[in-house]
Design a protein. Structure first.
Length: 528
């Protein structure tokens, strides 16, 4: 004969002391409809998982009189399902959702003992206090949150004593373990989902063929592409053409194992260039690499700031250097020019050479003047000016030069343009430099379009569109650097001075260009 466990004996004694009648049907506490609804909502995720596993158990043991119950840590029955063959017994005993299994009312019950002693409990026949339960077997195990070790409730299986088997409690422990692991996995997946959805950085995955599998919302925010536009397409398809081979090799290295970091340029849906820093690592499944998981951070502003700082420091250095060089050159230059003019006035068979020498000396003097402009602060007086009038005056000035090069200058101006606070002569110099560059870029002639319009609420944009030879990406990145030029006889100082002037006006110069397709230069100036 099986010996009764001490905790069962103790529980029965308490029931007797409390005056419970073993020949009666057990009573239960009942929670209100609102309280039951609130508890069910709080346990919604747990109930979803337990219901799934309960159905699996009932399907595998179809025809066996089984009822499976989930109760919370206070004994409230929140989940219940059973085989049809045991429905009549469940109804007779009053077991339903919303009741509370409290020992002082319902007597000895396995769920209460499991919750109290935090261990698997089996009550067989005579172990029950009430005689109406002497022909059933009840097994209960507790459910815990594996992450916090918090007690969630109890899972109970009830069947007739004829179907009692030691494997019943073992099976219940296995089911409880599966439920706990599934709940932990869901919690971790929820965290990953939040991290994926709300991360300000791009999170993406690609398969072994290099195609996008998934991208998060930040991908759309940063690149402009919707997920459906890139999923199943090559990951390198949004990388700048000149860097695609490098990007492909990078992902191939990641797929060979190990984490890798790289900075690449990707193309926004609008065509703008975005600098991103990618950190990627291989995805392992069953010990095999089946793709790449990556995080891409937008570093465009950081790199732009670094480049501006570098150029500012270079400008300061060049300015100091230019001041010294210009003054040292200008004095002897004046003397040389004077002697050449004197020799020319004396008449000589070398008159032609004197003309060439004077022309080249004037060119040197012009370069020295540009150096001095970089070196010394210019006296600036910002006043409200009409950019349309400035452009008209410059067009008249340069029209003759344009005609000589078979170039037509076309101006397009938005009506009612606001006046812009600027230093008129400096803005004229910028426009002249950019127009001259456009004219010189079209050896076979063509058309230059100059447009002036509002840009947003606080800026005016001057756009220069030529039909010239265009500039390569590599050269485009270096424009504005000291002494860098794309022209055979240029110095690079004109564009450098233009950048400095626009910067002093709190504006920006931006270039777009393609070889043999011409160049677009945008000058943005604040209205006030």
């Amino acid at each position: 004969m099986r010996k009764e466990a001490w905790y069962i004996t103790e529980a029965k004694q308490k029931c007797a002391v409390q005056g419970l009648d073993p020949q009666s049907v057990p009573s239960y506490g009942i929670v209100s409809v609102d309280e039951f609804r609130e508890k069910s909502e709080n346990f919604r995720e747990i109930l979803t998982v337990t219901d799934f596993f309960i159905k699996k158990v009932l399907e595998q043991m179809e025809g066996t009189p089984l009822v499976v119950v989930f109760s919370d840590e206070q004994g409230t029955v929140l989940g219940l399902a059973g085989d049809e063959s045991i429905t009549h017994m469940i109804n007779r005993l009053g077991i339903r959702k919303g009741i509370q299994l409290r020992e002082e009312l319902s007597g000895v019950n396995s769920a209460g003992l499991a919750l109290r002693y935090q261990r698997p409990i089996e009550l067989v026949g005579e172990d029950h206090f009430h005689e109406c339960l002497r022909n059933v077997v009840c097994c209960s195990v507790v459910l815990r949150d594996l992450e916090t070790d918090r007690l969630l409730g109890a899972l109970t299986i009830m069947t007739t004593i004829e179907h009692q088997t030691p494997l019943l409690l073992t099976m219940l422990c296995t089911v409880a373990d599966s439920i706990e692991r599934e709940l932990l996995l869901r919690k971790q997946n929820d965290r990953l989902h939040v991290l994926f959805e709300l991360n300000p950085d791009i999170i993406f995955s690609i398969d072994l063929d290099g195609n996008f599998v998934s991208v998060n919302p930040a991908f759309t925010k940063i690149t402009g592409y919707l997920p459906e536009e890139v999923v199943n397409r090559p990951g390198v398809s949004i990388v700048a053409p000149g860097q695609r081979k490098m990007a492909k090799e990078y992902f191939q290295k990641v797929m060979q194992g190990g984490s890798q970091t790289v900075e690449v340029t990707v193309l926004h849906r609008s065509g703008d260039r975005i600098e991103v820093k990618i950190r990627a690592l291989p995805i392992l499944q069953d010990g095999r690499i089946n793709g790449v998981y990556g995080v891409a951070t937008d570093v465009t502003e950081r790199k732009r700031s670094e480049e501006l700082l570098r150029k500012h420091e270079m400008m300061s250095f060049i300015g100091e250097l230019a001041a010294g060089v210009a003054h040292e050159i200008r004095n002897p230059l004046t003397a040389i020019r004077g002697f050449v003019q004197l020799m020319q006035s004396m008449g000589s068979e070398y008159h032609k050479y004197h003309e060439i020498m004077l022309s080249e000396l004037d060119r040197i003097n012009s370069i020295v003047g540009e150096l001095l402009m970089l070196a010394k602060p210019q006296a600036t007086r910002f006043e409200k000016r009409d950019l349309g009038t400035i452009l008209d005056n410059i067009t008249i000035l340069l029209n003759a030069q344009a005609i000589l090069h078979n170039v037509q200058i076309v101006t397009e101006m938005e009506a009612d343009l606001p006046l812009v606070r600027c230093e008129e002569n400096q803005i004229k110099q910028v426009v002249i430099n950019l127009l001259k560059n456009g004219i010189e870029s079209m050896p076979n002639g063509g058309q230059i379009v100059v447009q002036i319009c509002r840009h947003g609420d606080d800026q005016v944009r001057i756009r220069f569109i030529d039909q010239g030879q265009g500039i390569s990406e590599e050269r485009l990145a270096k424009l504005g650097e000291p002494f860098y030029t794309t022209k055979d006889k240029g110095t690079g100082l004109g564009l450098m001075v233009s950048f400095k002037i626009v910067e002093n006006h709190r504006g920006q110069i931006k270039f777009q260009s393609k070889i043999n397709q011409g160049t677009i230069v945008d000058v943005f100036l604040p209205i006030d």
